[in-house]
Ligand binder design. Structure first.
Ligand SMILES: NC(=O)c1ccc[n+]([C@@H]2O[C@H](COP(=O)([O-])OP(=O)(O)OC[C@H]3O[C@@H](n4cnc5c(N)ncnc54)[C@H](OP(=O)(O)O)[C@@H]3O)[C@@H](O)[C@H]2O)c1
Length: 420
């Protein structure tokens, strides 16, 4: 058995964001490789009319968990969903649940976040900064806690070109921002947001940087590590290749390309498409949890998990691969034949948006109206183009991330764990 899998045996693990893309794959791997773990606590809120239990059943009944049910038939008993809303004081966790979490938790994986690029500063600070501070406070009251693993993003310092595995200070202290958001009204917050976020391209990356600072400032004597993945894509190998249930970022663009909605985007063809498979990220998370708990590094280590340094792929190459895949396995009833053109020229991009995206959408909506159906393509196209424009900053640049800590960790793993 692998050293890492053995380490998680008998442990009580707390995961935030377990209903999200990364959180689900993390839970799957934990149950599949360490079926003798004691319990996984997940902090969940009811959503879309579903209770906590319904949400858990939906996850466990998905294709992702098919192998888990073979190796861990009592998985339902080992998962403990705790009602929590990270937007509220003390996460609105009941006293009894809080007591259990504080006295039993051995390892924390903090994945929950708002990943919306256009979220409001108030909400993004609440979730990505204040909730992280609150969780650290809880962690400091857990006598059995061995490691706290915070998931950040490789783009938390994307205002820099070369990024080291260190926590960079933000110009304004997180505490000052949290305090001022308590009394400023929304109109003033909207006005000062561009001044606060300065050269960060959006509120998401800015608040993730603030979240890291909070981790550094509130770490007390906890054993903490920060993981910074770049763009997290579908599974590479585990539990099977190609699983993804998230249409954020490039996943959505790939689907829109396959359906023939999107045929041209403003991207620099030679810029690195730094996508990293979700199972690779999860493997690192588990290795970091083990290393942090067992080796207790003196300071908070930051780990980059990016692909550009190991196996670089640019957007042009990515486009060719995506088209080749849709050629072989096309979507049912695509809007048009898939195509992927890239341009870094704003004028050409606007021309394509008008001719290749907006005009066909308007024509299609006319056809829908004439045939007595509700028009929907213009609305969909506008949403799509808005998403693409929010990603423009990231698909027109390349970054260099140092990976000393990640390489050091690899060298500490047994040959079996190195294979994943
Ligand atoms: N995906 C990527 O490409 C990527 C890249 C780099 C870093 N990351 C980082 O990885 C982590 C996970 O990202 P992801 O892609 O898995 O995001 P995701 O799919 O959007 O999941 C976000 C998770 O946070 C939970 N959450 C949000 N608001 C909450 C609240 N008020 N109370 C309780 N839970 C709440 C969500 O719960 P609900 O299901 O109830 O909404 C969900 O489980 C984040 O920290 C993100 O910054 C992601």
């Amino acid at each position: 058995m692998s050293t890492i899998a053995a380490f998680y045996g008998g442990k009580s693990i707390l995961i935030t964001g377990a209903t999200g893309f990364l959180g689900k794959v993390l839970m799957e791997k934990l149950f599949r490789t360490s079926p003798d773990l004691k319990v996984i606590y997940i902090l969940v809120r009811p959503k879309a009319g579903q209770t906590l239990q319904q949400r858990v059943f939906q996850i466990l009944d998905s294709k992702l968990f098919e192998k888990v049910k073979e190796v861990c038939p009592n998985v339902h008993e080992k998962i403990r969903a705790i009602y929590a809303d990270l937007n509220q004081n003390d996460f609105a966790i009941s006293k009894e649940d809080m007591q259990e979490l504080l006295s039993c938790t051995n390892i924390i994986f903090h994945c929950a976040a708002t990943v919306r690029f256009d979220d409001t500063l108030r909400h993004a600070v609440q979730l990505n900064v204040t909730a992280t501070r609150q969780l650290l406070l809880m962690a400091s009251q857990m006598p059995k806690l061995e490691a706290f693993i915070h998931i950040s993003t490789a783009y938390s310092n994307c205002n820099l070109k070369h990024i080291d595995e260190v926590i960079y200070p933000c110009p304004v202290e997180p505490k000052k921002i949290i305090d001022s958001l308590e009394w400023l009204d929304d109109a003033i917050i909207d006005e000062i947001t561009p001044k606060l976020i300065r050269d960060w391209p959006n509120i998401y990356t800015y608040t993730k940087a603030l979240g890291e600072m909070v981790v550094q400032q509130e770490s007390r004597n906890l054993n903490i590590a920060i993981i910074r993945p770049s763009i997290v894509g579908a599974t590479w190998q585990e539990p099977f290749p190609g699983w993804v249930d998230n249409i954020n970022g490039p996943n959505g663009i790939i689907i829109a390309t396959g359906k023939g909605f999107l045929r041209a985007i403003k991207a620099t063809p030679m810029a690195v498409a730094d996508v990293i498979p979700v199972d690779t990220v999860v493997n690192l998370m588990l290795a970091v949890g083990w290393y942090t708990a067992v080796h207790r590094p003196k300071s908070t280590l930051v780990y980059h998990i990016t692909s550009g340094n190991m196996n670089p792929c640019n957007w042009h190459k990515m486009g060719v691969q995506v088209l080749a895949t849709f050629e072989k396995i096309p979507f049912e009833r695509p809007f048009r034949r898939p195509n992927a053109n890239f341009t870094s020229n704003s004028f050409t991009s606007q021309y394509w948006n008008a001719v290749s995206h907006r005009a066909p959408a308007i024509i299609y909506d006319c056809y829908l109206r004439l045939t007595g159906r509700k028009p929907r393509m213009t609305k969909l196209m506008n949403r799509l183009l808005r998403t693409v424009s929010m990603l423009e900053y990231f698909i027109n640049r390349s970054w260099e991330w140092s990976t000393y800590n990640t390489e050091m960790l690899m060298s500490e793993l047994s040959p079996e764990d190195q294979r994943g």
